[in-house]
Write a protein that binds this ligand. Structure first.
Ligand SMILES: O=C1CCCN[C@@H]1CCCn1cnc2ccccc2c1=O
Length: 459
């Protein structure tokens, strides 16, 4: 999937990874086009003084900004985009004059650079990554609020319907939200093996903060000038890393069929005096029939590897289904199908091939999500006291706790849980709130609890 590069935190994405990214992009792009998003491409470079325009929140990120100044020190240093607000919004200000210019809906698929120094991890934390960033502009807050949730639902579908990763939709705390915005919503995943939460994607309502900063105003129907309301939202190639960690097993990758570059690998099983030509022919026609039905099938007829060696290689690559065709299968006009997710083998008549493969692929997709959901739910611990919180944290749990929603308390929990594994933090306040009996107190402060929030260590 990936090749290490001679610069730390940078990776080469090879076809097995890029084909997954392209399948996700195909779905997401077709969905946002239904919402009237238009494709744009803005420059990679931004002058540092323009980037500094967001100085109130950018100082938090400043060290991550890669800059290069020209040969003579007269030239203003140029930065590589870590995100594109400051690149785009001066032009939104120029392009938007009247309510007739709204809503403006801009999406770009691109790379961004954030020169992070904490431990680089393929897909999960890289200094350059691919993403889509949506930047939309509305006349009213209501329109913005509605779109924030429409996009968040698309991110849930990316994770649950394609990557088979369960996520929780919720709202970020004031401390964890995008500082430049009004509020942040996110889909949060959880990795049971490490007991860490991981942000899957974010959908921010920016309010009128950037309209003020970049003077993005419009004349409404009554001829009055007012400021626009904006959103911005993104998901990244990190989503591939979350899928790998969620489904992988000791044999290697386990790919959900919806994002598998090859969904079915067909392998001839020759036998010493059997008719190898007929077997290969049967394999080729199986691949052809499946491809005609829109199933991503391929043939592995390499003569320099044994069937057993091929089984292991394609299992390691996570291909959902393997079809074996040997002399016995040929004689009985059947094929043997092996599932990657649970290893079951089944012999099916060649005449039922497409139908059965479809049923099996759908079954794998559902099974992977259900299995991951059960594992994630088994990690959720509902607590009410500080001691229970610490115990759950040390047991690698995803903690659901009643919280007074005070930032000072959030900071205090971070301070009290600092350590080499990283501090605990709020992951999100799930939209789906359990009942909060009156009188329930905050696990950390003892003050009246306002909400249930997910807490835990995170990536
Ligand atoms: O999430 C999104 C969605 C897509 C558009 N951008 C927003 C917010 C990005 C927040 N952010 C994140 N890292 C940064 C790193 C360096 C400079 C600036 C930033 C920065 O503004």
């Amino acid at each position: 999937m990936i090749e290490y590069y001679d610069i730390s935190g940078c990776y080469i994405l090879r076809p097995w990874a890029m084909e997954i990214w392209e399948l996700l992009k195909e779905f997401f792009d077709s969905e946002i086009k239904k919402l009237k998003l238009k494709p744009y491409y803005f420059p990679l470079f931004v002058t540092e003084n323009v980037l500094q325009k967001e100085k109130d929140h950018i100082e938090g990120f400043a060290p991550e900004v890669v800059t290069k100044s020209g040969k003579s020190d007269l030239e203003a240093p140029i930065a590589i985009r870590p995100t594109s607000e400051t690149v785009m919004y001066p032009y939104f200000s120029k392009w938007i004059r009247s309510h007739r210019d709204l809503p403006l809906k801009c999406n770009q698929w691109c790379n961004v650079v954030r020169w992070e120094f904490s431990n680089p991890t393929p897909f999960i934390r890289s200094r350059e990554f691919l993403w889509q960033e949506g930047h939309t502009v509305f006349a009213t807050k209501e329109e913005a609020d509605e779109e924030v949730l429409q996009i968040l639902e698309l991110y849930r579908r990316i994770y649950e319907e394609f990557l088979a990763v369960p996520v929780s939709k919720g709202r970020k705390s004031e401390m964890e939200k995008f500082a430049g915005g009004l509020y942040t919503t996110s889909v949060e995943a959880f990795i049971p093996n490490t007991g860490r939460g991981i942000q899957g994607a974010t959908s921010h309502c920016l309010g009128q903060n950037f309209a003020k900063m970049f003077d993005i105003t419009f004349e409404n129907e009554k001829g009055e000038r007012s400021m626009v309301w904006q959103n911005s939202w993104a998901y990244t190639t990190r989503s591939i890393g979350v899928m790998i960690m969620t489904h992988g097993d000791d044999k290697g990758l386990v790919l959900p069929p919806k994002v598998a570059p090859i969904q079915v690998i067909v392998i001839p099983v020759p036998f010493k005096d059997a008719d190898t030509t007929a077997i290969k022919g049967a394999c080729e026609s199986a691949v052809y029939t499946l491809n005609q039905a829109g199933i991503r099938a391929d043939l592995d007829a390499r003569e320099n590897y044994s069937p057993g060696w091929k089984y292991s290689q394609w299992e390691m690559k996570g291909v959902p289904l393997r079809i074996e065709i040997g002399p016995k299968d040929l004689a009985n006009k059947q094929v043997r199908i092996v599932r990657r997710d649970n290893g079951t083998k089944v012999d099916i008549p060649s005449t039922d091939l497409v139908e059965q493969v479809r049923v099996l692929l759908d079954g794998i997709q559902v099974n992977l999500l259900e299995t991951a959901k059960a594992k994630r739910d088994a990690c959720i611990e509902i607590i009410s006291t500080w001691d229970e919180f610490i115990a759950a944290l040390n047991n690698k749990k995803l903690i659901l706790a009643p919280w007074c929603d005070e930032e000072e308390v959030e900071k205090d929990v971070k301070a009290r849980t600092k350590g080499e594994l990283g501090a605990a933090k709020t992951l999100c306040t799930p939209f789906d709130q359990p009942d909060l009996p009156s009188g329930t107190v905050c696990f950390a402060s003892g003050k009246p609890a306002q909400k249930w929030s997910f807490w835990g260590r995170s990536y």
